[in-house]
Structures are given as C-alpha cells and as structure tokens.
Design a protein. Structure first.
Length: 268
C-alpha cells in the first residue's frame, strides 16, 4: 500500500480550513452587529402598568426595543396594550403565572404545570407560538424544592428545558461573556441598576465595563415611577438618563432573545 503523501495531506488540510472543496459553511465572525463593541438588552419584569405608562414612551422616543417578562396576574389587566407592544417589535416572555418566590415546598410537577406550562400557553394564545421562548426567574431565585443548591437548580433547569426555554435571566453577575452565555444559557447574568437607590452611576459603570470587555449587558427594571420609593424601583428621570447614556455608547441594543440567537449562531 502506498504511503500517504504528506505534502498532499497538508494541502488538503489547508483547503479544508479555507472552505475549498467543501460544502461546509464558514462560521460567522465573532463580532457584534455594525461593529458595535458590545450588546445590551433592556428587560422589564412583572408586566407592570408603570412600564407601559412611563418606560415605553421613552423607549419609543429613542427607537429602542426591549424584553418584557410578564406574569398573567398583572398582564391581563392591560392585555391589548401588551399585545400591541409585541406587534411593535418588543419581546414578550415568561415570568410565571403568579410570580412565586418561595419555592421550597413546590413539587416539580405542580410548579411546571401551574406556573411554567400555563404561562407558556397564555403567551402562545396572545402572542403567538412561534415567539422566542425566554424566561426570567422571579425574585432571581434559581432553586426549586428541597435539597442543596445544585439539586434545586437542576430541577428548575429540567423544567425550563422540557418547556423549550432557550435562555433564562437571573438578577446577579457582571456583563455576560458570549461564550459563557452559550455554554450556560439558563443562567444569564442580569443587573438591577437602581435596586439599592435611585442613582445613575451603577448603570454607567456596568455599561462601561460591557464596552471594555466586549460583553453583553442585561439591565433589569421593575417599577418606573415619578419618584424612587422601594428596592427595585427606578425614577422616570434616572431610567431615562440610563437609556440616553446607552444610546450614546457603542452598544448594540436588542431584546434578550434576539441577542441570544445572535450569540448562539457565532459563539457556539
């Protein structure tokens, strides 16, 4: 038997690397759209009236699209407005039916049926079954049932996977590194910029870090009110300043599901 020609083998390897003589598609470049230095997703939890009244007008003014994680308990009061919001290009996604935070006494089956599956069905009925299936953990809690942290999160993860959730957001951590987001899409980092007080500086630091690292920022908002009153709130003035600041940065702003699709296509 003739020995393989090492020079020919080298040429074939080089051709394969260049995509010559192969039907394989080249991997898309690992870069953000339009040369942006990072990405940011604006997310709003709970389906609150103040988001429709005070956040959406500013998003519209700046031409920004966001993700709204709804609970049926809140969203049904102004459902036609949420439906109109989705038609305008905003993402609407699952935040459970009733926003339970104390999950130690839930069984996996009961939680999946009453909070996840039922909310997915509600969203399918009103926003279409072909939407991107993303999720935000109520209260940022990742544990379900009894046991150690690993087992409690494993239960939660299995439920989300069975219900075809492709990406889920927490409320802790720094800007997401794209490769890590793809490796662990059910534990994406989120940041609540005004959780402890109505200040602009935490959001500025977080967004600047995102640009410096070429990462993906996910900002988390709840009530958007005339004045900051409680943990988790943000004043209209501070909220609008954050949006204006990010609009001036070299960041691609898009809903969470859209950014995840883009990252998964390039960093998988």
């Amino acid at each position: 038997m003739a020995r393989p020609d090492p020079s020919r083998r080298s040429l074939l390897a080089a051709a394969a690397a260049l995509g010559v003589g192969s039907t394989a598609q080249a991997r898309p470049p690992r870069a953000w759209p339009n040369g942006a230095r990072g990405a940011v997703s604006l997310t709003y939890d709970d389906g609150l009236n103040s988001q429709l009244d005070n956040a959406v007008p500013e998003l519209d003014r700046l031409g920004l699209k966001a993700t709204f994680f709804l609970t049926e308990a809140n969203a049904h009061w102004r459902l036609p407005e949420w439906e109109a919001l989705a038609r305008q290009g905003h993402e609407v996604a699952n935040h459970t039916m009733s926003h339970p935070c104390a999950l130690a006494h839930y069984s996996s089956g009961h939680f999946e049926r009453t909070e996840i599956e039922q909310m997915e069905g509600y969203l399918d009925d009103h926003f279409g079954a072909d939407r991107q299936r993303t999720f935000a953990y109520p209260c940022g809690y990742l544990g379900l049932g009894q046991g150690d942290r690993r087992r409690r999160f494993a239960r939660y993860r299995r439920i989300l996977i069975r219900d075809n959730v492709v990406a889920a957001r927490t409320t802790a951590g720094g800007p997401n590194r794209p490769a890590e987001a793809v490796a662990d899409p059910l534990r994406l980092h989120g940041f609540e910029p005004a959780y402890d007080g109505d200040f602009l500086s935490p959001a500025v630091r977080y967004l600047n870090e995102t640009v410096a690292k070429g990462g993906w920022a996910i900002l988390v908002f709840h009530e958007v009110l005339p004045k900051w009153a409680n943990d988790g709130d943000i004043s209209i003035a501070t909220h609008n300043k954050i949006l204006e600041r990010l609009a001036g940065l070299d960041l691609w702003c898009a809903p969470m599901g859209q950014v995840f699709d883009y990252v998964a296509d390039r960093w998988r």
